[in-house]
Design a protein around this ligand. Sequence first.
Ligand code: SAH
Length: 253
Amino acid sequence: VKTERQNGRVYLIGAGPGDPELLTLKAVRALGEADVVLIDDLVDRRVLEYAPRARVVPVGKRGGCRSTPQQFIERLMVRLARRGHVVARVKGGDPFVFGRGGEEALVLAAAGIECRVIPGITSGVGVPAALGIPVTHRDLARGVTFVTAHTRDGNGPDWAALARTGTTLVIYMGMQRIGEIAAALGAAGMSATPAAVIERGTTENERSVIGNVANMAGLAAAAGLGSPALIVIGEVVRLARTVESAPPQRLSA
Ligand code: SAH
């Protein structure tokens, strides 16, 4: 019991964009070791098949109702690890891409708790890929910019500056502001640039619309698309659906 106490630690795990088969082998191994799993609500519950020993604590953090405050989650991780538990903190996508994983790692370090990060496939790469959209392409986009429309201070990014980069823009958490984003990028000369809005990508419930910056907000509204969704903007969107992606599958238990 004593040695177990000394081995409390936290795995910050990225579960990938949605399809549970996009978990990494390392994530599966860490889940198998876990005594407690703290799982975000974007993460498919089927990943828990790999955590047979663990107590499961849902810690939803969706904007709006019934969210678990960040501070509560951080304190809980610290407390559990101090008691000697192996804690798996499971987040959607990659834990360090718009996932507050960086904040959590700092809190754990300050508390002197061992923290191991297990990267995951961020939705900004995996979700477009599932539609056949490569976020870079030698002829169409020399780079990609990941940006959130939702910032702590309430100010959006400098859309005109982003337009000038000529990179593919992948916008996380943008649905509430899609109209504003379209207007700002349109004003920066991008009205005709191809755009895709993809909800719940890589899952059985994936839905998407493809158009351009000028019409993307209207198309998304007409299709009833909402969060969680990504907005992908750039010439690479023209390549959508030119290749088949591997469909999500049920995991065998
Ligand atoms: N750490 C996560 C991002 C968390 S922020 C990652 O690396 O992917 C949450 C935002 O991610 C959502 O608002 C949405 O913009 C995006 N997102 C996450 N999963 C998604 C999915 N399956 N389909 C579309 N967008 C997704």
